[in-house]
Design a protein. Sequence first.
Length: 90
Amino acid sequence: LGDMSPRTWARWKEGSIGRIDRDLRMRMAHLMGIHKGLRYMFRDATRGYTWIRKPNAAFGGLSALDLMLRGEISDLAALREWLNAERGAW
C-alpha cells in the first residue's frame, strides 16, 4: 500500500529509515488517516477488518482494500475523504 520497494522495507525493519520522499509521505499520511477513520467508525476492530474486505457500492463494487491496492494516491485520498465524511469529520 505504501508502494515501497522490498529493499527499502528491509532497511526500515532494521531501523534505517533514511530520507522519505514526498510520494511515500503522502501515502503514509493517507493510510494513517484511513486507519483513524476506520477506528472511529468501527470500535470493534474485527468489524473494521471485515468491512474493509466487503464490496461497497460507494467504490463501484470494489472493497476498500481493492481500492487501496490499485496503488494510486488519489484512491487513498478518496477513501480517506469518504471515511471522514461518513463519520462526520467535515
